[in-house]
Design a protein around this ligand. Structure first.
Ligand SMILES: C[S@@+](CC[C@H](N)C(=O)[O-])C[C@H]1O[C@@H](n2cnc3c(N)ncnc32)[C@H](O)[C@@H]1O
Length: 448
């Protein structure tokens, strides 16, 4: 197989990164923007040892699941890779992605049920992080998502997957920054002021927390005046913060945030509890879909009478707090100190006194303690759990592990490890948290 060669193919399925897959001459070929059942002419763009990449040269016959994307910039913006595929079929494809990962990575054959849809599949994103730059000549601000595999900003005026108020606030920032001599950031030269705009929007009351991430160690009057002007112009804004991030880094927020005006959080209601979400608080981007996951996990906990629960990789102890009223006691472990501080406030706000908080690495904490828990909830980041933390979890859990995962491949790897240690996989349920993207959230229940 060689670069530039053309082949006629029928797309077999979707990879875990949302690209179409076909097999040609012993090569697995990945095709961007392809839908299963598409009949395509493809052009090979890159050849590796066992796999290749290809572009679509012609759609000979579209799959019956292809639809017209509802966003005008879907093809250039990197955010919603699957928006050209019918939503119900996206749910089936995500189910297949989880089932395939269990089989190919975990060696586990499991009949995975259909993905639970998100209650809303437009206007669902309640966290927005736009990188900012500016045009070369007129110095007008640009803000939006990056084009796929690049750091080129698509200047997004309208984004249907987030609440409309976000478009209005970002447009106001674009239109007015120059009046305050606030320039857009240049990543290559590490110059300019505004690096990112971060919005946290409450699904509960529609209030918005705006954070301007600036390329500066300290505040200047122009930043504060601009922040106040933004605040004055929108009744929906709960507060405007500045985050100081002068480092040459891809990390969006530094640890240094100050609130210029209003309050430094928005309140989110999930099930019957209220959470405070700050600029850098980890909280699910789609709270209504997350609520389905929380309810599912809570139902699983309720199957045991008054259990003790370990909530590991806890963030602001969301799971711990939401299952506290059906548990004897919960221990939430999270290594980010700021999140644990926020969790303390949430416990007070909700009058909860049976959740213990520990700002520590999960494995380190478990190594130190002798206690055992009836149930452990694991909700690690995309890279999954370390063997060490899985071993410690096994030592400290009596009945079952509820594993919440945002990455089917690492979930499958960790399930393989746990089942090889004698655990039994009871159930696997995918949820659609990130509609129109290839991402899928999964809850697996493992009996010990
Ligand atoms: C996917 S988030 C889950 C947060 C929370 N369970 C929720 O639903 O909002 C993963 C969390 O694990 C934390 N984390 C990552 N590695 C950790 C470790 N080794 N020990 C403790 N916490 C860790 C991260 O800071 C992050 O808050």
């Amino acid at each position: 197989m060689q670069t530039g060669e053309l082949y006629n193919v029928i797309v077999e399925k979707l990879s875990n990164l949302g690209t179409g897959i076909v097999r040609v001459d012993g090569f697995v070929v990945f095709i961007d923007g392809a839908c299963p059942d598409d009949k395509l002419k493809i052009k090979i763009s890159k050849v590796n040892k066992t796999f290749a990449n290809a572009e679509i040269a012609e759609i000979i016959e579209p799959s019956k699941y292809r639809i017209t994307p509802f966003c005008p910039v879907q093809r250039v913006c990197g955010a919603c890779q699957l928006q050209f595929i019918d939503y119900n079929y996206q749910l089936e494809l995500k189910r297949q992605i989880v089932q395939d990962a269990l089989h190919s990575v975990g060696g586990i054959d499991f009949d995975v049920p259909l993905t639970v849809p998100s209650p809303d599949n437009i206007k669902y994103r309640h966290k927005v992080q736009y990188p900012v730059s500016q045009t070369k000549v007129s110095k007008r601000l640009l803000a939006g998502y990056y084009k796929p595999q690049s750091h080129e900003i698509v200047n997004i005026k309208y984004c249907p997957i987030q609440p409309e108020i976000c478009d209005k606030i970002i447009e106001f920032i674009r239109e007015n920054a120059q009046k305050f001599s606030v320039s857009g950031y240049n990543e290559k030269t590490h110059t300019g002021d505004l690096r990112h705009v971060v919005l946290r929007i409450s699904t509960d009351n529609g209030r918005v927390l705006v954070t301007l991430v600036v390329n500066s160690k300290k505040s200047f009057k122009k930043f504060e005046d601009f922040a106040s002007e933004i605040y004055k112009n929108f009744d929906e804004i709960a507060g405007v913060c500045l985050n100081f991030n002068p480092k040459q880094t891809n990390v969006i927020l530094s640890e240094n945030t100050v609130c210029v005006t209003g309050q430094n959080f928005v309140e989110e209601k999930v099930l019957d509890k209220v959470f405070k979400i700050g600029a850098d608080t980890f909280f699910q981007v789609n709270p209504r879909s997350a609520e389905n996951i929380f309810a599912y996990v809570k139902d699983e906990i309720k199957k045991t009478d008054n259990p003790t629960v370990l909530d590991a990789y806890a963030g602001i102890a969301t799971f711990g707090i939401l299952v506290s009223d059906v548990s004897k006691g919960v221990v939430s472990v999270e290594f980010n100190k700021n999140s644990i501080e926020k969790a303390k406030e949430v416990l007070e706000l909700n009058n909860i006194n049976n959740v213990e908080l520990h700002a520590e690495d999960t494995a380190k904490y478990l190594k130190k303690v002798k206690r055992k828990f009836d149930i452990t909830i694991l909700d690690p980041p995309r890279k999954g759990c370390t063997k060490e933390s899985l071993d410690e979890t096994l030592k400290h859990t009596k009945e079952k592990i509820i594993y919440v995962s945002c990455n089917p491949a690492t979930l499958a790897r960790d399930l393989k490890y746990l089942t090889e240690k004698g655990c039994k996989l009871e159930s696997v349920q995918p949820f659609d948290m990130f509609c129109h993207t290839y991402h899928v959230e999964t809850v697996a229940v493992i009996e010990i």
